[in-house]
Design a protein around this ligand. Structure first.
Ligand SMILES: [Zn+2]
Length: 81
């Protein structure tokens, strides 16, 4: 008899956990996708996409890191020589 009750309690806990988990996952995925659409920029050097708040903006262009900003400016200087 006690096993029957234990099984029922476990089942209720499992259903509750699954509901909570799927609900929070949906919320998280929608939040990140909205953020991605709003703030994604492309590195002018390697064309990788990254969030704008993690990018470096230099002379109207976005870069994924300081190294690519430096390499891009070197590349532009070599074009003008
Ligand atoms: Zn880059």
């Amino acid at each position: 008899m006690i096993f029957k009750w234990l099984f029922l309690i476990l089942l209720v806990c499992l259903i509750f956990w699954l509901f909570k988990r799927s609900g929070s996952e949906q919320k998280n995925s929608s939040d990140t996708s909205a953020e991605v659409v709003e703030n994604m920029v492309r590195c002018a050097y390697c064309s990788v996409y990254l969030p704008q708040n993690e990018s470096i903006t230099w002379s109207g262009r976005s870069f994924c890191c300081a190294e690519h900003r430096r390499l891009f400016s070197q590349y532009q200087q070599s074009l003008h020589k």
